[in-house]
Design a protein around this ligand. Structure first.
Ligand SMILES: Nc1nc2c(ncn2[C@@H]2O[C@H](COP(=O)(O)OP(=O)(O)OP(=O)(O)O)[C@@H](O)[C@H]2O)c(=O)[nH]1
Ligand SMILES: [Mg+2]
Length: 474
């Protein structure tokens, strides 16, 4: 494809897809369809318990109130938010057929087919915020109405293994929980076909953590400490845990705050803590009128009111900036754009190979297709893709294998020296020496592996050390 800057992984896969199209017939269409995946943004799914704040976070990240959020209504359908114009939506049925949805501003859209038949909704809107990452909102897990959970499982796990028509093909996950993840939620995470490097933990509702806004300690600071402890405990499942207030970010990032809100909030800055609690508890007009009080609570929560009222004296822009910074979402966003995105792109590459591989099952040109898949898989640029695949399979089959740490090091290293356990910036000579030592160790280990997953992983680990020992790079 011309005009697109490709990374080495994309280039290798694009080359393979061109060979596929070169076989002619229906393979031209298949190559184009798979090529569209290769050049589309990787897909990040937001998962978590019922009412954890998933849709609120989606709105905050997109910067527009597109996902439905509510204290009572549950999200019913899986929705895929992607950059595109004009603004439009379609329902993708479980059988793979697509049905346009008529959107009317300010109204809940009517579904073109029965909800039971819908696998997920595709929603396009012109937004720079989702240009590099497509976001997928899901109904809450482990609910009393198991229907929601069924919908989420189908698009993420079952659909992946069966026909794929019902799969949303996630390349990374953001996992939300608001205290400590439950065993069933962790079990669900393990079932996702994604590595921990592709999964970010989010401690949501940080503004209400512990005793809440009116307790003795700052809940956001307490949440940050708790997030650190959970991150250590969940190192096998997530790459980091970030505390956030989706509500505060949603309000500031969607432009929901007006000067009038700031002025009204500032009117509360003269009250002491006790008077403020009384004011927030009232149902009738007090220092501020009841309607405005309700709006402020919806927009800012108790924490935003308590700590934002002094800042509100400087106006809506200052309050907005404080809300965003205090929400933790800019930090989450940055992690999503950097490390999560990096591993999501590798997973997208893995999907591309899997699509081509699937064609080989029942196509007359299966031998040529298999050859193309083989070339794609063994291309030097694809080594990181293979290692990520190995990591995920090894964690499922043999989580205590020593090779797990070895692969993590190879994938997370900042430079070739770190790949072989040396300090960043060590000499090329030292890198070569250590890579050779590690290569022999991996070859020895390969003689007595415990599982097929470990076996396969060691083959790629040995390839990595060979590359480091010869070219000095991965
Ligand atoms: N205080 C506070 N409230 C929040 C936060 N995030 C979400 N909420 C509120 O929690 C309720 C549920 O939020 P949603 O975003 O709809 O949660 P969800 O996870 O999408 O819920 P389901 O899709 O039904 O599982 C709403 O009333 C939100 O305003 C937060 O960070 N702080
Ligand atoms: Mg929701």
């Amino acid at each position: 494809m011309t005009g697109i800057v490709m990374d080495p992984v994309q280039e290798a896969l694009d080359h393979g897809l061109r060979s596929l199209a070169g076989l002619g017939g229906d393979l031209v269409d298949h190559a184009n369809r798979i090529g569209a995946t290769l050049f589309s943004p990787p897909r990040v799914v937001i998962v978590g318990r019922l009412k954890a704040g998933k849709s609120t976070l989606v709105n905050a990240l997109i910067g527009a109130p597109v996902a439905e959020t509510a204290a009572l209504e549950a999200t019913r359908l899986v929705a895929v938010y992607q950059d595109g114009a004009p603004s439009r939506a379609e329902a993708v049925a479980v059988d793979g057929t697509r049905h346009p949805i008529t959107l009317t501003r300010g109204q809940t859209a009517r579904m073109p087919i029965e909800e039971e038949r819908i696998a997920y909704i595709n929603r396009w809107l012109p937004s720079a915020a989702i240009r590099d990452l497509t976001l997928i909102d899901t109904p809450g897990l482990a609910t009393l109405t198991t229907r929601n959970e069924t919908a989420t499982r189908r698009v993420l796990i079952d659909g992946f293994e069966q026909t794929r028509t019902a799969s949303v093909d996630a390349d990374a996950a953001v996992f939300l929980f608001d205290s400590t993840p439950r065993a069933d939620e962790l079990a669900f995470l393990q079932e996702l076909p994604l590595s921990p490097l592709n999964t970010l933990g989010v401690l949501s509702r940080a503004d209400g953590f512990g005793e809440g806004a009116l307790g003795s300690r700052d809940p956001i600071e307490q949440a940050a400490e708790h997030a650190g402890r959970v991150a250590t405990r969940l190192a096998h499942a997530v790459s980091a845990v970030v505390p956030i207030s989706g509500l505060m970010a949603q309000t500031s990032h969607t432009g929901a705050l007006s000067e009038q809100h700031a002025r009204t909030l500032a009117a509360l800055s003269a009250l002491d803590a006790e008077e403020l609690v009384d004011e927030l508890d009232r149902d009738d007009d007090g220092v501020i009128d009841a309607r405005m009080r309700g709006e402020l609570l919806d927009l800012l929560g108790e924490y935003g009111i308590l700590h934002g009222r002094m800042i509100a004296r400087d106006g809506a822009a200052a309050l907005n900036q404080w809300l965003s910074q205090r929400s933790g979402v800019p930090m989450l966003h940055q992690l999503m754009q950097s490390s999560l995105s990096e591993f999501a792109i590798l997973n997208r590459a893995r999907r591309v190979i899997a699509y081509v591989d699937q064609l080989a099952y029942n196509h007359p040109a299966r031998d040529q297709i298999r050859m193309i898949v083989h070339q794609m898989r063994t291309h030097p640029a694809m080594l990181r893709v293979a290692l990520l695949d190995d990591l995920q399979k090894l964690l499922a089959a043999d989580p205590y294998s020593g090779v797990v740490e070895e692969i993590r090091t190879l994938l997370l290293a900042a430079d070739p020296a770190e790949c072989v356990g040396l300090p960043a910036g060590s000499s090329t000579q030292d890198v070569h020496l250590h890579a050779n030592q590690r290569l022999s160790a991996a070859q020895t280990q390969a003689l007595s592996t415990a599982t097929a997953a470990e076996d396969a992983a060691l083959v790629d680990v040995a390839r990595a050390y060979t590359a480091l020992a010869t070219t000095g790079r991965l």
